[in-house]
Design a protein around this ligand. Structure first.
Ligand code: SFD
Ligand code: AMP
Length: 622
């Protein structure tokens, strides 16, 4: 692949990703870098205006604490997150985000994001923590502010970050390739911030050939954050805590507005409300089974019990909710207007962030005011910023974190110079879009501080970079060399194409690691077999081939997913209990155990090619 140009970029602070956390990081880093005469560079695999989870837009800001308005306290938020994650959370990290998140939301508004207000000018809440927005252009608004802060010359788009550069235990950059031009990039930096989102398509999606690849989580995020931090040698946390959202079936429309704003119920095929009929099950999961709101995984679980008992389909009772809300208005003319408003809000909720759900409603002649719509549990995703928790184990804020959680500037991973935010940092769930942006700001401020305090960099070994270049581009070489061996380029004894590899990974995870087809259930025996098969798959990843630059990206997305998959299986196996029924169930360890109220962490050792698993204590700050 000699024709690939090598482009070297020297910078001070390197932000990897262009999503919510990275955009927050850009704004904050630019501010502090200017004061210190530093350069900040951002790299996104896509185009920032429409990249990451918020690409299509969102219909709500899910984290707003309202501290100044006296609505809630930071402690209230920490308690909410702790309970929702069945006790497993880094309270210091959650509190750090919660105390700053409102200011981020105010910035969004200043930049032009329309947040709903009532007649008195107060924000319209979807639920206790959530604000309603007209969010179709949410990502454009946030990306514009980030780009303005950095300057276009410091933003690299359509460059896929592949691998970290680590020297003497310090992360000093990253390598990647352009998805449009034959260019191999080497970014060298004093501090690096990983914010490349979570992962989807590690598990087989519910959609088959009819809508191949459709999922709730955006297909663009493929485990780059996890891979990058794992390969850099960072300790990871909560790799077992996947997220399974319940969504409108087949097009993955959001349910939050229905449950919280419209106060809708969901019922089974017999018309029973599973949250009521299966209530006694919550006893088994106390103390978290007794908290309000019922934790997301337990809400899932009560629904799944009915599905497993053959009582499906499950319906969101849209018609009932709309009827109830409009019936509360006594004046007939006003009631008619209310009905119209509710209908348009229902459609807008989808049009703001999951357009395909509106299309499906239209295609199936669904009038939400007339008949209910099916909902279902999605396949598992890795999104530590939502109701999952996977990500890197990061240092806490010095002023509030227990000292055992402090080893460097806030949000630095256990690798010197490597920071993480958003989906990339673990054990601090429920950040969502606003909290991820906030955490990006926190991490970026720390990264600038680190770059100022550690100005001299270890020398980067050129031979190592050359080796990385050879390995990263090899799939194209492989294709070129062997493409003539068969008439059908998809069937070749010398290589495997990314799509075939992806199907194998997904089948394996689905069947052995608790995917949709096994009702999210697994066991020690299944996991051990799954790990054995994954080992063989990893060996075959050396034979992945790419015909085009786009396919080269697909190759590396799959390799990234594979490492996310491995850390997931290893950690489910390590955690000797079931703690999050509704996310996954260990059939051989069907109960929650008091001695597992700990973090399950893992670290990959590249020299020994070994994983180390360890428990970490949960330290409360309140
Ligand atoms: O309600 C590489 N989320 C919601 N949050 C809200 O506040 N309100 C909502 O309404 C939300 N809804 C929602 C949400 C998520 C999804 C998927 C849906 C609906 C369908 C959660 C937030 O979106 C989420 O918490 C944040 O976006 C997380 O931020 P961050 O920065 O951690 O991830 P990102 O925004 O997806 O950005 C990732 C970036 O990385 C890039 N990238 N760049 C270079 N090289 C690589 N190899 C890369 N791999 C990835 C991406 O391009 C992107 O720029 S609700 O329905 O839940
Ligand atoms: P969702 O659309 O499911 O992502 O929900 C958006 C927000 O509402 C998230 O903060 C969820 O945790 C919360 N949420 C959704 N459904 C419920 C529910 N039934 N009870 C409490 N909170 C919910």
């Amino acid at each position: 692949m000699a024709k690939f140009e090598t482009v070297e970029v020297q910078t001070d602070v390197l932000i990897l990703g262009g999503g919510m956390a990275a955009c927050g990081a850009a704004v904050e880093a630019a501010y502090w870098a200017k004061k210190n005469g530093l350069k900040v560079t951002l790299v996104d695999k896509a185009c920032m205006e429409r990249s990451g989870a918020v690409a299509m837009g969102l219909s709500a800001i899910n984290q707003y604490v309202g501290v100044k308005d006296g609505q809630n306290t930071v402690k209230d938020y920490v308690e909410y997150v702790r309970n929702d994650l069945m006790g497993i959370t880094r309270e210091d990290l959650v509190a750090n985000i919660a105390r700053h998140v409102d200011s981020t939301v105010h910035l969004f508004e200043k930049w032009g994001l329309p947040i709903w207000t009532d007649e008195k000018g107060a924000y319209v809440h979807e639920g206790r923590w959530q604000l309603m927005i007209n969010g179709e252009s949410y990502k454009i608004v946030v990306a514009e502010a980030a780009k303005n802060a950095l300057g276009a010359e410091n933003v690299y788009e359509r460059v896929f970050i592949t691998e970290p550069i680590v020297e003497n235990g310090r992360c000093v950059g990253a390598v990647g390739f352009s998805t449009r031009e034959e260019k191999f990039y080497v970014f060298k930096a004093k501090a690096v911030l990983a914010a490349m989102g979570g992962a989807v398509h590690v598990f087989k999606p519910r959609s088959g050939g009819e809508g191949l690849g459709r999922s709730w989580y955006p297909p663009f995020n493929s485990g780059a954050s996890a891979y990058f931090t794992i390969k850099a040698g960072a300790e990871m946390t909560c790799q077992e805590v996947r997220f399974i959202p319940v969504r409108f079936k087949d097009a993955y429309g959001p349910v939050g507005a229905w449950f919280l704003l419209f106060k809708s119920r969901a019922t089974n095929g017999l018309g029973e409300d599973y949250m009521q009929t299966n209530k006694t099950e919550l006893e088994k999961w106390k103390p978290y089974g007794a908290v309000k709101p019922v934790p997301a995984n337990l809400r899932n679980w009560l629904m799944m019990l009915d599905v497993m008992a053959g009582k499906g389909p499950i319906f969101m009772r849209t018609e009932e909710a709309i009827e109830k809300l409009s019936a509360a208005v006594s004046d007939p003319k006003e009631r008619k207007k209310k009905l119209k408003d509710l209908e348009s809000e229902a459609w807008e909720d989808f049009l703001d962030m999951t357009i395909s759900q509106a299309i499906l409603w239209a295609a199936t002649d669904t009038m939400p005011e007339e008949r209910p719509s099916e909902i279902a549990a999605c396949e598992p995703y890795f999104i530590g910023s939502h109701s999952g928790a996977s990500g890197a184990w990061v240092s806490g804020p010095e002023d509030i974190a227990p000292k055992q959680y402090c080893w460097g500037p806030a949000n630095m991973t256990t690798v010197k110079g490597l920071f993480a935010a958003g989906d990339a940092s673990g054990a601090s769930s429920h950040k969502f879009s606003s909290g991820s942006h906030t955490e990006g700001r926190i991490a970026a401020k720390s990264a600038v501080r680190f770059a100022v305090e550690n100005p001299s960099m270890p020398a980067i070994d050129n031979a190592k970079i050359e080796k990385l270049r050879e390995r990263i581009l090899r799939p194209m070489e492989l294709f070129e060399t062997h493409k003539g061996a068969t008439t059908d380029p998809d069937v070749n004894p010398n290589y495997i194409r990314p799509k075939q590899y992806l199907f194998r990974l997904q089948k394996l995870m689905d069947e052995y690691a608790g995917g949709v087809s096994t009702n999210f259930t697994t066991s020690e025996k299944l996991l051990n077999k799954g790990l054995e098969l994954l080992k063989a798959l990893k060996e075959d990843s050396e034979k992945l081939a790419a015909e085009t630059l786009h396919e080269l990206m697909r190759v590396w997305e799959n390799i990234h997913r594979t490492w996310q998959a491995e850390s997931h299986m290893r950690t489910i196996l390590f955690r000797d209990e079931t703690r999050w029924p509704g996310y996954y169930f260990r059939s051989d360890r069907p109960q929650m155990k008091e001695d597992w109220k700990v973090f399950a962490n893992c670290t990959y050792n590249p020299e020994k090619n070994e994983w180390e698993m360890k428990k970490r204590e949960i330290l409360s700050i309140y």
